[in-house]
Design a binder for this molecule. Sequence first.
Ligand SMILES: [Zn+2]
Length: 426
Amino acid sequence: MSQDTPVKRQFGHRARLALSPAGVRTADDQAHAARTLWNLLHAWWQMMPKEKRTLANADAAIRQARQDIGFLAVLPAQAAQAVLKTYVRAWKNCWEGRADAPNFKCRFRTVMSVDIPQGRDLNIVRVHRRWGQVNLPKVGRVRFRWTKDLPVGKRAGAENRITGARLVKDALGWHIAFRVQILQARPAPHRGPDIGIDVGVTVPLALSDGTTYEHGAWLTGKEKARLLHWEQRAAQRKQHRRPGERTSRRLHRTYDRIAGLRAKAKRRALDWQHRTTTAIARTYGTVVVEALTITNMVTSARGTLEEPGRNVAQKSGLNRAISGEAWGRTVTLLTYKTARYGGSLVKVPAPGTSRRCSVCGLTTPGSRESQAVFVCKNPACGWSGNADHNAARNVLHLYRTGLALVPAAGRAVVRRAKRVKPAAAR
Ligand SMILES: [Zn+2]
């Protein structure tokens, strides 16, 4: 393909909805109806003999259920179809080993969501610098926060358009996630320098050129104190609950407050990750990261042979395990962002990057002095410096010596869910 060929890009965009109290109730009802429909479908699926489990039969069953059960009518017909589609896909994911078998969805642990599979009737308009308006089925016109230029109105076409949306509720209320598809010029190859990144112990991200990306605590002192207070309050109330007693409204409110503060912390962390990864993808051409695997984490926690100070080693393993999920997200963000700016992301095998000296290239026993400082014990070298930068430089060096992992080789660890009786389920 030539340089000028535009490429199709699909992405999601999430915006906060300004629903009226009545709108919130309708959206809640729709989400509960969608969940109920899923549960009915699952019960039907398990009851039916294998040869009768067809898409047409399931569709007929859904139509019948919508006629028989009054409160299911609140769910738009297209959203009901989307439930069936998601359910069938869930089985497919299970049969192909990507996920567990679909199960019943319980009221309190399921994320409330409603699918709007087609973008045609959304009728999105920008009404203000900060507000847009969208048509939600059976809810009506609703305003949402306009934080990104969406392909609507005159800018929309066969190639640039919104293909659908999904309503999702979290601790802050209802949001809308648009599915956007645009045609974009292929980015020119990034001419920026190569860079190695290490998940630091003392700093969150350490780069091989000496840059660090740091962040403070996600919650302020006051917020932390409030969170602790609500958590203690919830624990107390739970302790004094008699068996069989229903969760009180007050306890529910306390849970909501806890969830709200935790969601706030998560949102700030995600915001920091987005800003950091965008800055990195813009600046550097090739970004090199360690391919962290579970086994590496375990051995580094166990690692008593190479690293004296058992507690230190365990702590580092713990740190990594805790930051593991967030690191995975950083890598995910970097993967698509580097591609968008014409760069690339490369993974190198992780073992030894924190124990090797990046100046002489040797791993001398007892080299690392503390978590923060690396002192080379090789008598001919004796270099000392920041331990995280040392690891980041080792990561970059592994790439330059041609040790990058080829993604297609399947070395990257994919969480393989256990398969639950696929033969019987089918
Ligand atoms: Zn050295």
